[in-house]
Design a protein around this ligand. Structure first.
Ligand code: NAD
Ligand code: GLY
Length: 362
């Protein structure tokens, strides 16, 4: 079974193909623009598993299909690694029509997208997400970029892919911890947009963790539908799109504070959602039953629910310092995505002493 989710962005519209066996199916790529060359960007973990399969399929479309293999890990989402993509593009005489294929998780996808946005001021690219997190979130919507030592995803561009291909077969090799990390980004769609999906997650979380193909297919499809709906209304995050960052303000502080790669992005987001739910409670926006319900689901997904200590001397101060570098901060004021009703999120600031208390209590 193959599902198509469409993302409507005028001349930047594209489809998200979801199904099994898509990497080996020539039809998957039939609608792409004409070009003589392609560059597959992957990493040292994913390339040995899937690059050959993809290169074989692409060989019927492109005269040359090059491969560049990046080191694996969030700590390599840097200028230095990005430059190796530009090296490969230039060394292989890639031109303005060369299509980049991002084969991997969110790290490969974000970096490849940014390379595509900037090489010769923009070349086409295709997202082929191979982690659950990338299939339900990072490959969709055109946010691309790299980290800076002072802040996560601080350098980048909005640049939409021509196509997203979620081959569910690739999830079979994904470690359990990575499945849990992906579940964090799936769970987030419930409280911010669709309480029925939150109900569904509660009854399918164990099936998802054990790799149930039908459950995974629905989770990827529904997540992409919600994300496409949000991005279709607010591509460049003028307002609504910020709700997709539920849990991310605290989460990004955790990732940067512990050092990129120590906790997975999804783990930090899972714990960040618990913290954001507590802040919503402290501000009187939700009741304690909601916080308990969400915390139970996040824990059942195999994610941490207790905030890590980032600084022995002034832990809350460290969180606040790191959260000030968040892209949502305005004139130094930290802005949080909070839940203020069933399936409804808002973006707002909060008194620092309230935030301090919440950090201390989590
Ligand atoms: P990741 O890219 O680091 O992948 C996780 C691990 O799984 C890596 O070791 C990877 O090599 C491995 N892997 C990937 N596919 C595999 C497979 N099929 N089988 C076995 N191993 C496999 O992490 P991620 O969780 O996919 O993505 C996290 C990144 O995405 C972060 O940098 C985050 O900032 C970014 N992100 C971006 C957006 C966006 O909108 N652009 C949204 C959410 C997250
Ligand atoms: N993952 C947040 C966004 O795409 O906006």
């Amino acid at each position: 079974m193959r599902h198509t989710v469409s993302i409507a962005l005028e001349d930047r519209s594209y489809s998200i193909e979801i199904g099994a066996g898509l990497l080996s199916d020539h039809a998957t790529f039939a609608g792409l623009s004409e070009s003589s060359s392609a560059l597959v960007v992957s990493n040292e973990t994913v390339a040995p598993l899937y690059a050959q399969r993809l290169q074989q399929t692409l060989a019927s479309r492109y005269k040359t299909v090059h491969l560049v293999t990046l080191p694996d890990g969030e700590q390599f989402k840097t200028w230095q690694t990005l430059n190796t993509i530009f090296d490969a593009l230039l060394q292989n005489n890639c031109d303005r029509k060369t299509v980049l294929f991002a084969l991997g998780g969110g790290v490969v996808g974000d970096m490849t997208g940014f390379a595509a946005a900037s090489y010769m001021r923009g070349v086409p690219f295709v997202q082929i997400p191979t982690t659950l997190l990338a299939q339900v979130d990072s490959s969709v919507g055109g946010k691309t970029g790299i980290n800076h030592p002072l802040g996560k995803n601080m350098v980048g561009a909005f640049y939409q892919p021509q196509l997203v291909v979620c081959d569910l077969d690739t999830l079979k090799t994904l470690p359990e911890r990575e499945i849990s990390a992906g579940l964090a980004e799936i769970i987030k769609y419930g409280p911010i947009a669709d309480m029925a999906f939150l109900d569904w997650m509660e009854s399918h979380v164990h099936a998802l963790r054990s790799g149930d193909a039908q459950a995974l297919a629905y989770a990827v499809q529904r997540s992409c539908e919600i994300k496409a709906w949000v991005v279709g209304q607010d591509e460049r995050e003028a307002g609504l799109r910020a709700i997709l960052n539920f849990g991310h303000t605290f989460g990004h502080a955790i990732e940067a504070g512990l050092g990129y790669g120590k906790w997975l992005h999804g783990e930090a987001v899972g714990c960040g959602m618990v913290m954001a739910a507590h802040l919503s409670l402290a501000l009187g926006l939700v009741d304690s039953a909601f916080v308990e319900r969400l915390t139970r689901l996040i824990s059942a997904a195999g994610l941490p629910i207790q905030a890590p200590v980032l600084d022995e001397k002034d832990n809350a101060g460290k969180y606040l310092e790191l959260m000030q570098v968040d892209k949502k901060a305005e004139a130094g004021e930290i802005r949080f995505i909070l839940i203020d009703g069933p399936g409804k999120a808002c973006v707002r600031g909060a008194e620092l002493n309230v935030v301090r208390q919440v950090i201390a209590s989590c």
